[in-house]
Design a protein around this ligand. Structure first.
Ligand code: ADP
Length: 300
């Protein structure tokens, strides 16, 4: 895995990366993210750099994101922005930052979705041994899903991993939203997770937060992955998330399945995988996600 450079200030980062005396000519705010502030920095020489920032205390958002981007890029299957470095600037009240290659979008290639599906299927097939040292599923370090911590403790079993490291922590954090009957259903769901989820044929590196906002078009007209919450798991958890907020076009799923057919019963498991993300949204953004969570809890 590549190591990411750490800088002690933004000036220090830009001068180390682009040469002594490098200055920012202009800064533009970029919208679209949920958690961090995002900027395009144009340097005096004309180069552009993408920067995300948060409070100084949240530097770990960016070190964790860099680990995920490095893991995806290490598969050599799909593009991710090149990582320029992470760092902090200022004392108290200062900020942390992540600097990435600036991706200037072009229009999508004609076969954008099929290509993307094949690249993702191939990413899901790359051996994962180096990413999980003491088990098959999880990751060598924890990371974040949105702004909430995502525990990646390594496990031998995917179903146990998904129960203990994904559903259970989110249910615990959301306990106050549920009445007695639903709490009983939740306990039963966790107790019987093996009746619903299945072990994959092989472990896969997952993007981990694969909704449309985390796929951007690069200047090659192809899909680039950004903002991962990466870990090793069952590939169908990534596919499930693509369906959560609107879904990708049918050609994407057809092309993916040509390389990796989904195991029977996927549709039922999809709800459980997406329950994790819905619970996370409930815990981050509040009640408006409760009806969707309850619907799944009552149906399963
Ligand atoms: P957050 O961590 O807050 O969710 P994102 O990683 O989603 O932020 O980034 C915010 C927005 O910035 C995205 O919607 C995307 O449009 C844009 N963006 C992300 N990475 C790059 C990049 N490397 N180059 C150019 N634009 C980017």
């Amino acid at each position: 895995m590549n190591t990411t450079q750490h800088f002690t200030s933004l000036t220090n980062a830009l001068c180390s990366l682009f040469g002594e005396g490098t200055k920012i000519k202009s800064t533009s705010r970029i919208s679209g993210g949920d958690i961090n502030e995002a900027y395009g920095l144009t340097l005096e020489g004309g180069k552009s750099v993408f920067m995300k920032s948060n409070t100084k205390e949240n530097l770990s958002f960016f070190t964790a994101e860099a680990v995920g981007l490095n893991a995806i890029s290490g598969t050599k299957t799909i593009n991710t922005p090149h990582i320029l470095g992470v760092g902090t600037d200022g004392d108290r009240g200062g900020y942390s930052f992540l600097l990435l290659e600036f991706i200037s979008a072009k229009s999508r290639n004609a076969n954008y979705w099929e290509d993307f599906a094949r690249q993702l299927a191939n990413m899901h097939r790359v051996p994962t041994a180096g990413l999980v040292l003491n088990g098959k599923y999880g990751l060598n370090c924890d990371n974040y899903i949105g702004r909430r911590r995502q525990v990646n403790t390594e496990h031998e079993s995917w179903t146990v991993f998904f129960r203990d490291c994904r559903l259970e922590p989110q249910f615990k954090a959301a306990a106050r939203y549920f009445e007695k009957d639903d709490l009983k259903r939740i306990v039963s769901l966790l107790d019987h997770i093996d009746d619903i989820l299945v072990e994959p044929e092989y472990p896969s590196l997952l993007h981990g937060d694969l909704w449309a906002g985390n796929v951007i078009t690069g200047n090659d007209g192809r899909a680039w992955l950004i903002d991962p919450a990466a870990y090793v798991g069952h590939a169908e958890a990534d596919i499930a998330m693509t369906e959560l907020f609107g879904g990708f076009p049918p050609v994407f799923y057809d092309a993916y399945k040509e390389i990796t057919p989904l195991q029977p019963g996927y549709e039922r498991r999809r709800d459980i995988y997406n329950l994790y993300h819905l619970l996370n949204h409930l815990n981050m953004f509040g009640r408006m996600y409760l009806p969707d969570v309850k619907r799944i809890v009552r149906r399963i």
